[in-house]
Design a protein around this ligand. Structure first.
Ligand SMILES: C[S@@+](CC[C@H](N)C(=O)[O-])C[C@H]1O[C@@H](n2cnc3c(N)ncnc32)[C@H](O)[C@@H]1O
Length: 288
Protein backbone atom coordinates (compact mmCIF):
# COMPACT_ATOMS: atom_id res chain seq x y z
CA UNK A 1 0.00 0.00 0.00
CA UNK A 2 1.42 3.34 -1.06
CA UNK A 3 0.67 5.26 2.12
CA UNK A 4 2.54 6.95 4.94
CA UNK A 5 0.32 5.63 7.74
CA UNK A 6 2.35 7.16 10.57
CA UNK A 7 2.15 10.69 9.11
CA UNK A 8 -1.59 10.29 8.60
CA UNK A 9 -2.02 9.01 12.18
CA UNK A 10 -0.14 11.99 13.57
CA UNK A 11 -2.13 14.41 11.44
CA UNK A 12 -5.55 13.01 12.43
CA UNK A 13 -4.58 12.89 16.10
CA UNK A 14 -3.40 16.51 16.08
CA UNK A 15 -6.34 17.86 14.10
CA UNK A 16 -9.27 16.01 15.63
CA UNK A 17 -7.93 13.64 18.31
CA UNK A 18 -8.85 10.71 16.10
CA UNK A 19 -7.16 7.42 16.86
CA UNK A 20 -6.33 5.51 13.76
CA UNK A 21 -4.74 2.09 14.32
CA UNK A 22 -2.58 0.80 11.44
CA UNK A 23 -4.93 -2.16 10.92
CA UNK A 24 -7.54 0.37 9.83
CA UNK A 25 -5.36 1.56 6.95
CA UNK A 26 -7.85 -0.02 4.52
CA UNK A 27 -10.54 2.29 5.90
CA UNK A 28 -8.39 5.34 5.29
CA UNK A 29 -7.73 4.16 1.77
CA UNK A 30 -11.39 3.81 0.90
CA UNK A 31 -12.34 7.11 2.54
CA UNK A 32 -9.47 9.17 1.19
CA UNK A 33 -9.50 7.91 -2.40
CA UNK A 34 -12.44 10.20 -3.34
CA UNK A 35 -10.51 13.22 -1.92
CA UNK A 36 -7.45 12.20 -3.95
CA UNK A 37 -9.53 11.97 -7.13
CA UNK A 38 -11.41 15.22 -6.49
CA UNK A 39 -8.11 17.08 -6.25
CA UNK A 40 -6.43 15.26 -9.16
CA UNK A 41 -3.66 13.88 -6.94
CA UNK A 42 -1.72 10.78 -8.05
CA UNK A 43 -1.83 8.81 -4.75
CA UNK A 44 -2.98 8.92 -1.12
CA UNK A 45 0.64 9.43 -0.15
CA UNK A 46 0.71 12.59 -2.27
CA UNK A 47 -2.39 13.78 -0.39
CA UNK A 48 -0.73 13.05 2.96
CA UNK A 49 2.38 14.92 1.85
CA UNK A 50 0.30 18.01 1.05
CA UNK A 51 -1.80 18.03 4.22
CA UNK A 52 1.16 17.64 6.56
CA UNK A 53 2.95 20.51 4.80
CA UNK A 54 0.44 22.85 6.47
CA UNK A 55 -0.07 24.88 3.28
CA UNK A 56 -3.36 23.28 2.20
CA UNK A 57 -5.94 24.05 4.91
CA UNK A 58 -8.91 23.21 2.65
CA UNK A 59 -7.40 19.86 1.70
CA UNK A 60 -6.58 19.20 5.36
CA UNK A 61 -10.18 19.95 6.38
CA UNK A 62 -11.53 17.67 3.64
CA UNK A 63 -9.20 14.88 4.80
CA UNK A 64 -10.36 15.13 8.44
CA UNK A 65 -13.95 15.30 7.24
CA UNK A 66 -13.51 12.14 5.18
CA UNK A 67 -12.27 10.24 8.24
CA UNK A 68 -15.20 11.18 10.52
CA UNK A 69 -18.11 8.89 11.30
CA UNK A 70 -21.46 10.67 11.60
CA UNK A 71 -23.73 7.77 12.47
CA UNK A 72 -26.66 9.01 14.58
CA UNK A 73 -30.39 8.71 15.03
CA UNK A 74 -33.25 10.21 17.02
CA UNK A 75 -33.51 9.27 20.72
CA UNK A 76 -30.47 7.01 20.34
CA UNK A 77 -30.51 4.26 23.00
CA UNK A 78 -33.79 5.76 24.34
CA UNK A 79 -32.89 5.52 28.06
CA UNK A 80 -30.55 8.52 28.32
CA UNK A 81 -33.37 10.60 26.85
CA UNK A 82 -35.89 9.17 29.32
CA UNK A 83 -33.43 9.97 32.12
CA UNK A 84 -33.03 13.45 30.69
CA UNK A 85 -36.72 14.08 31.16
CA UNK A 86 -37.43 12.16 34.35
CA UNK A 87 -34.23 12.75 36.37
CA UNK A 88 -31.80 15.28 34.95
CA UNK A 89 -34.20 18.08 34.07
CA UNK A 90 -36.16 17.99 37.40
CA UNK A 91 -32.88 17.88 39.36
CA UNK A 92 -31.41 20.79 37.48
CA UNK A 93 -34.64 22.80 37.80
CA UNK A 94 -34.46 22.30 41.56
CA UNK A 95 -30.84 23.45 41.63
CA UNK A 96 -31.33 26.48 39.36
CA UNK A 97 -34.63 27.64 40.76
CA UNK A 98 -33.18 30.99 41.83
CA UNK A 99 -31.77 31.84 38.38
CA UNK A 100 -34.32 29.99 36.22
CA UNK A 101 -31.78 29.35 33.52
CA UNK A 102 -30.54 26.01 32.21
CA UNK A 103 -27.71 25.41 29.75
CA UNK A 104 -27.54 22.20 27.73
CA UNK A 105 -24.87 21.15 25.23
CA UNK A 106 -24.91 18.40 22.64
CA UNK A 107 -21.16 18.31 22.07
CA UNK A 108 -20.82 16.09 18.98
CA UNK A 109 -24.24 16.48 17.44
CA UNK A 110 -23.62 15.16 13.92
CA UNK A 111 -26.66 15.90 11.70
CA UNK A 112 -28.81 17.12 14.58
CA UNK A 113 -30.93 14.16 15.64
CA UNK A 114 -29.55 14.27 19.21
CA UNK A 115 -30.16 17.98 19.96
CA UNK A 116 -33.53 17.91 18.18
CA UNK A 117 -34.54 14.92 20.33
CA UNK A 118 -33.68 17.04 23.39
CA UNK A 119 -35.48 20.06 21.95
CA UNK A 120 -38.66 18.02 21.40
CA UNK A 121 -38.48 16.81 25.00
CA UNK A 122 -38.04 20.37 26.23
CA UNK A 123 -41.10 21.33 24.23
CA UNK A 124 -43.07 18.55 25.91
CA UNK A 125 -42.03 20.00 29.27
CA UNK A 126 -43.01 23.53 28.20
CA UNK A 127 -45.55 24.00 30.97
CA UNK A 128 -43.09 23.13 33.72
CA UNK A 129 -40.43 25.27 32.05
CA UNK A 130 -42.67 28.30 31.75
CA UNK A 131 -40.63 31.31 32.90
CA UNK A 132 -37.34 29.49 32.44
CA UNK A 133 -34.65 30.27 29.90
CA UNK A 134 -33.20 27.10 28.41
CA UNK A 135 -30.19 27.42 26.09
CA UNK A 136 -29.45 24.42 23.90
CA UNK A 137 -26.10 24.50 22.12
CA UNK A 138 -25.27 21.82 19.55
CA UNK A 139 -21.83 21.51 18.02
CA UNK A 140 -19.63 19.29 15.92
CA UNK A 141 -16.16 19.52 14.40
CA UNK A 142 -17.65 19.02 10.94
CA UNK A 143 -18.96 22.10 9.13
CA UNK A 144 -20.91 19.94 6.68
CA UNK A 145 -22.97 18.10 9.31
CA UNK A 146 -23.65 21.40 11.10
CA UNK A 147 -25.09 22.75 7.82
CA UNK A 148 -27.30 19.69 7.48
CA UNK A 149 -28.38 19.92 11.12
CA UNK A 150 -29.26 23.61 10.76
CA UNK A 151 -31.52 22.85 7.80
CA UNK A 152 -33.57 20.49 9.97
CA UNK A 153 -34.63 18.31 7.04
CA UNK A 154 -34.55 14.54 7.33
CA UNK A 155 -35.18 11.70 4.90
CA UNK A 156 -37.86 9.06 5.32
CA UNK A 157 -35.12 6.63 6.38
CA UNK A 158 -33.82 9.03 9.05
CA UNK A 159 -37.21 9.69 10.62
CA UNK A 160 -37.86 5.97 10.75
CA UNK A 161 -34.83 5.52 12.99
CA UNK A 162 -35.78 6.09 16.64
CA UNK A 163 -38.38 8.81 16.15
CA UNK A 164 -41.76 7.84 17.68
CA UNK A 165 -44.64 8.27 15.25
CA UNK A 166 -46.40 10.79 17.53
CA UNK A 167 -43.26 12.97 17.46
CA UNK A 168 -43.12 12.73 13.67
CA UNK A 169 -46.74 13.83 13.36
CA UNK A 170 -46.46 16.55 15.97
CA UNK A 171 -43.10 18.10 15.09
CA UNK A 172 -42.45 17.47 11.38
CA UNK A 173 -44.08 18.35 8.09
CA UNK A 174 -43.38 17.18 4.55
CA UNK A 175 -41.26 19.38 2.26
CA UNK A 176 -40.80 17.54 -1.04
CA UNK A 177 -39.05 14.28 -0.26
CA UNK A 178 -37.96 15.44 3.21
CA UNK A 179 -39.50 15.78 6.64
CA UNK A 180 -38.79 19.24 8.03
CA UNK A 181 -38.70 19.88 11.76
CA UNK A 182 -41.08 22.53 13.12
CA UNK A 183 -39.57 25.99 13.21
CA UNK A 184 -40.13 26.47 16.95
CA UNK A 185 -38.06 23.30 17.62
CA UNK A 186 -35.35 24.26 15.13
CA UNK A 187 -35.10 27.73 16.67
CA UNK A 188 -34.48 26.23 20.11
CA UNK A 189 -31.07 24.94 19.03
CA UNK A 190 -27.98 27.05 18.41
CA UNK A 191 -25.61 25.17 16.09
CA UNK A 192 -21.88 25.89 16.04
CA UNK A 193 -18.76 24.26 14.66
CA UNK A 194 -16.57 23.36 17.66
CA UNK A 195 -13.60 21.02 17.85
CA UNK A 196 -13.50 19.22 21.21
CA UNK A 197 -9.71 19.43 20.98
CA UNK A 198 -9.87 23.21 21.24
CA UNK A 199 -10.11 25.17 24.48
CA UNK A 200 -13.80 25.01 25.37
CA UNK A 201 -13.63 27.03 28.59
CA UNK A 202 -14.82 30.14 26.69
CA UNK A 203 -18.24 28.47 26.35
CA UNK A 204 -18.92 28.80 30.07
CA UNK A 205 -20.52 26.03 32.09
CA UNK A 206 -23.40 23.73 31.29
CA UNK A 207 -25.94 21.88 33.40
CA UNK A 208 -26.26 18.93 31.05
CA UNK A 209 -23.74 17.78 28.45
CA UNK A 210 -24.50 15.04 25.96
CA UNK A 211 -21.18 13.92 24.48
CA UNK A 212 -22.17 10.61 23.01
CA UNK A 213 -20.37 8.22 20.70
CA UNK A 214 -17.42 10.44 19.91
CA UNK A 215 -14.83 9.69 22.60
CA UNK A 216 -14.61 6.13 21.25
CA UNK A 217 -12.86 7.56 18.19
CA UNK A 218 -10.21 9.37 20.23
CA UNK A 219 -6.79 8.14 21.27
CA UNK A 220 -6.28 7.68 25.04
CA UNK A 221 -4.50 10.98 25.58
CA UNK A 222 -7.12 13.00 23.73
CA UNK A 223 -9.95 11.17 25.46
CA UNK A 224 -8.49 11.99 28.88
CA UNK A 225 -8.00 15.67 28.07
CA UNK A 226 -11.45 15.97 26.42
CA UNK A 227 -13.02 14.40 29.53
CA UNK A 228 -11.15 16.76 31.84
CA UNK A 229 -12.40 19.70 29.77
CA UNK A 230 -15.97 18.39 29.77
CA UNK A 231 -15.84 17.84 33.54
CA UNK A 232 -14.79 21.43 34.11
CA UNK A 233 -17.44 22.65 31.64
CA UNK A 234 -20.08 21.10 33.91
CA UNK A 235 -21.70 23.33 36.51
CA UNK A 236 -21.99 21.90 40.06
CA UNK A 237 -24.70 19.24 40.07
CA UNK A 238 -24.52 18.97 36.28
CA UNK A 239 -24.81 15.79 34.23
CA UNK A 240 -22.50 14.29 31.63
CA UNK A 241 -24.02 11.73 29.30
CA UNK A 242 -21.71 9.54 27.24
CA UNK A 243 -22.55 6.87 24.66
CA UNK A 244 -23.93 3.55 25.89
CA UNK A 245 -20.68 1.72 25.12
CA UNK A 246 -18.45 4.44 26.61
CA UNK A 247 -17.13 4.42 30.15
CA UNK A 248 -14.82 6.58 32.24
CA UNK A 249 -11.80 4.43 33.06
CA UNK A 250 -10.19 7.36 34.90
CA UNK A 251 -13.31 9.04 36.15
CA UNK A 252 -12.48 12.62 37.22
CA UNK A 253 -12.83 12.84 41.04
CA UNK A 254 -15.77 15.20 41.01
CA UNK A 255 -17.85 13.04 38.63
CA UNK A 256 -19.94 10.24 40.08
CA UNK A 257 -21.66 7.60 37.98
CA UNK A 258 -25.43 7.81 38.08
CA UNK A 259 -25.87 4.87 35.78
CA UNK A 260 -22.91 2.82 34.62
CA UNK A 261 -25.16 0.99 32.25
CA UNK A 262 -26.14 4.13 30.43
CA UNK A 263 -22.89 6.03 30.98
CA UNK A 264 -24.46 8.94 32.85
CA UNK A 265 -22.29 10.86 35.32
CA UNK A 266 -23.01 13.66 37.73
CA UNK A 267 -20.79 16.38 39.10
CA UNK A 268 -20.88 17.01 42.83
CA UNK A 269 -23.44 19.66 43.79
CA UNK A 270 -21.06 21.48 46.05
CA UNK A 271 -17.80 22.93 44.86
CA UNK A 272 -17.10 25.81 42.55
CA UNK A 273 -19.63 28.64 42.77
CA UNK A 274 -21.90 29.25 39.80
CA UNK A 275 -20.31 32.39 38.41
CA UNK A 276 -18.74 30.49 35.51
CA UNK A 277 -22.16 29.20 34.59
CA UNK A 278 -22.64 31.95 32.05
CA UNK A 279 -20.63 32.20 28.87
CA UNK A 280 -17.97 34.86 28.89
CA UNK A 281 -18.83 38.34 27.59
CA UNK A 282 -18.64 38.57 23.80
CA UNK A 283 -19.65 34.96 23.26
CA UNK A 284 -22.72 34.57 21.05
CA UNK A 285 -24.17 32.35 23.73
CA UNK A 286 -24.57 35.38 25.95
CA UNK A 287 -26.51 37.41 23.44
CA UNK A 288 -29.66 35.37 23.00
C1 LIG B 1 -20.90 8.90 15.70
S1 LIG B 1 -21.31 10.59 15.70
C2 LIG B 1 -22.29 10.68 17.19
C3 LIG B 1 -23.45 11.65 17.05
C4 LIG B 1 -24.37 11.71 18.29
N1 LIG B 1 -23.67 12.26 19.43
C5 LIG B 1 -24.93 10.35 18.62
O1 LIG B 1 -24.53 9.76 19.62
O2 LIG B 1 -25.78 9.87 17.87
C6 LIG B 1 -19.76 11.31 16.20
C7 LIG B 1 -19.64 12.79 15.84
O3 LIG B 1 -18.49 13.31 16.50
C8 LIG B 1 -17.91 14.28 15.66
N2 LIG B 1 -16.50 14.51 16.06
C9 LIG B 1 -15.42 13.72 15.82
N3 LIG B 1 -14.30 14.28 16.32
C10 LIG B 1 -14.69 15.45 16.90
C11 LIG B 1 -14.00 16.50 17.57
N4 LIG B 1 -12.66 16.46 17.74
N5 LIG B 1 -14.70 17.55 18.02
C12 LIG B 1 -16.05 17.61 17.85
N6 LIG B 1 -16.77 16.67 17.21
C13 LIG B 1 -16.10 15.60 16.74
C14 LIG B 1 -18.06 13.69 14.26
O4 LIG B 1 -18.00 14.68 13.26
C15 LIG B 1 -19.44 13.02 14.36
O5 LIG B 1 -20.46 13.83 13.83
Amino acid sequence: MNMNVKALQRFLSQQAGLAFPPEKAWLAESRLQPVVERHGLPTIDALIGQIVSGFEPQLAAETVEAMLTHETFFFRDRLPFEQFRTTMLPDIMRLRDSVRRIRIWSAACSTGQEPYSLAMQLDEEARKLNGWRVDLLASDISASVIDVARRGQFSQFEVQRGLPINHLLRYFHRVGEYWEIAEHIRARVEFRQINLMSNISRLGQFDIIFCRNVLIYFDDKTRASALAQLASALAPGGYLVLGASESLPDCPDDLKPLSFQHSIFRKAETGAPLERHWAQPGSRLNKR
